[in-house]
Design a protein around this ligand. Structure first.
Ligand code: TRP
Ligand code: SF4
Length: 358
């Protein structure tokens, strides 16, 4: 059955987003995008780029935000997010998020924001930046507004965002305690359904994806492989990759379970190759250089269709612009629908209502 036309049981809704950090890497892909692409066929999906969130840390120098936003949208499309299936949009183009953030700020106790774990952590870690700002404290509340304004059922995120979704649920609960749906017309009596259903986190099952230095792949460690890295670059980055420290010499046996290259094999290589790696590594039958060639082959093959699509979209900037403009518009329409209920419930009537008789 076509899920779109099956109006008797509408598809459940999904929303997620990313900050525009620049070109995405394999960690972003396996930790989020790859999962989103699969969700598109089952759910009504909204995926966006959180450019306002970038300003919470980069307010002093926003010069990279436009280019970074472009790169992320290209990576979204390259990875297979399909504007025919999903609504793809940019946060700052849907001003309703900002209005909703303001309204939610009225009911959100300061303590709730101060005790979000990422707040103190990030303040301590990003030492070059002054993050003692109002906007930075409000980061997770803006995220709650991003989410709740689409009344989604699920929010697919990594573990690092789970606390933000938890806060979102608490804010929704508090909102629903204060405010009820207003009867829209005379015929319709007010119903008990909450205005803001509590969304559930959909934790992305993320395999351990090490960067080239063996630590978690992350832009801030400079150990990434980008989705858009050309083949020679991928091979060059993998060549010096950290391996099982037990394999000092070629004749020393190793253990792929203790090797970051082994971790990559488990994610990207075929079962046959993984078997060959276990066999060759534990018997010292293969060298690490050969083993890395195989993992490079697998990653290159995995990225080939993604890079092919990226190249197509890079050649058509007008099409990308159109896709985003259409996505922004669809997002605005959906967000506005929630905001009308929210405004009415919070005593913010349409400007002429109650002032001028009809
Ligand atoms: N905070 C998220 C991140 O850093 C980005 C984000 C902003 C987001 N708003 C959101 C994610 C709403 C999911 C839902 O990746
Ligand atoms: Fe790692 Fe492969 Fe070397 Fe074994 S052979 S230590 S899995 S790189």
């Amino acid at each position: 059955m076509d899920p779109v036309s099956n109006s008797s049981s509408p598809r459940k809704r999904v929303l997620s987003g990313m900050r525009p950090t620049g070109k995405l890497h394999l960690g972003n892909y396996m930790g989020a995008l790859h999962n989103w692409v699969r969700l598109q066929d089952q759910y009504e999906c909204y995926f966006f780029i959180a450019d306002w969130h970038a300003l919470t840390t980069d307010y002093a120098d926003p010069s990279q935000i436009p280019a970074n936003t472009r790169e992320v949208i290209l990576d979204y499309l390259a990875a297979g997010l399909d504007p025919e299936k999903s609504v793809l949009f940019v946060q700052s183009k849907v001003k309703q998020h900002a209005e909703f953030h303001l309204l939610l700020s009225m009911i959100t106790p300061l303590g709730w924001l101060e005790r979000v774990p990422s707040y103190k952590e990030q303040q301590e870690n990003l030492t070059g930046k002054d993050l003692s700002t109002y906007g930075f404290l409000g980061y997770p509340l803006l995220q709650a507004a991003d989410i709740l304004i689409y009344q989604p059922d699920f929010v697919p995120v990594g573990q690092d965002q789970a606390a933000h979704v938890e806060l979102t649920r608490e804010v929704a609960r508090r909102f629903n305690q204060f405010y009820k749906k207003q009867p829209a017309g005379r015929a319709e009596s007010s119903n008990d359904e909450p205005i803001l259903p509590e969304p559930q986190v959909l934790l992305t099952p993320s395999p351990k994806l090490p960067g080239t230095d063996g630590r978690k792949m992350s832009k801030s460690y400079g150990n990434t492989i980008l989705l858009s890295d050309p083949e020679p670059e991928i091979r060059a980055k993998l060549k010096p990759m950290v391996t099982d420290p037990a394999r000092i010499r070629r004749k020393d046996p190793g253990n792929p379970d203790k090797c970051p290259v082994g971790d990559l094999h488990k994610i990207f290589s075929s079962q046959e190759t993984v078997a060959k790696v276990y066999d060759g590594c534990t018997t010292a039958g293969i060298g690490c250089i050969e083993c890395k060639t195989w993992v490079a082959d697998a990653i290159v093959a995995h990225l080939a269709p993604i890079q092919e699509r990226r190249a197509q979209f890079e050649q058509k900037p007008a099409l990308v612009k159109e896709i985003l403009a259409a996505g922004d518009e669809r997002a605005r329409t959906r967000a506005e629908q929630t905001m009308q209920e929210v405004r009415a419930a919070m005593g913010l009537a349409e400007s002429t209502q109650g002032v001028v008789a009809p």
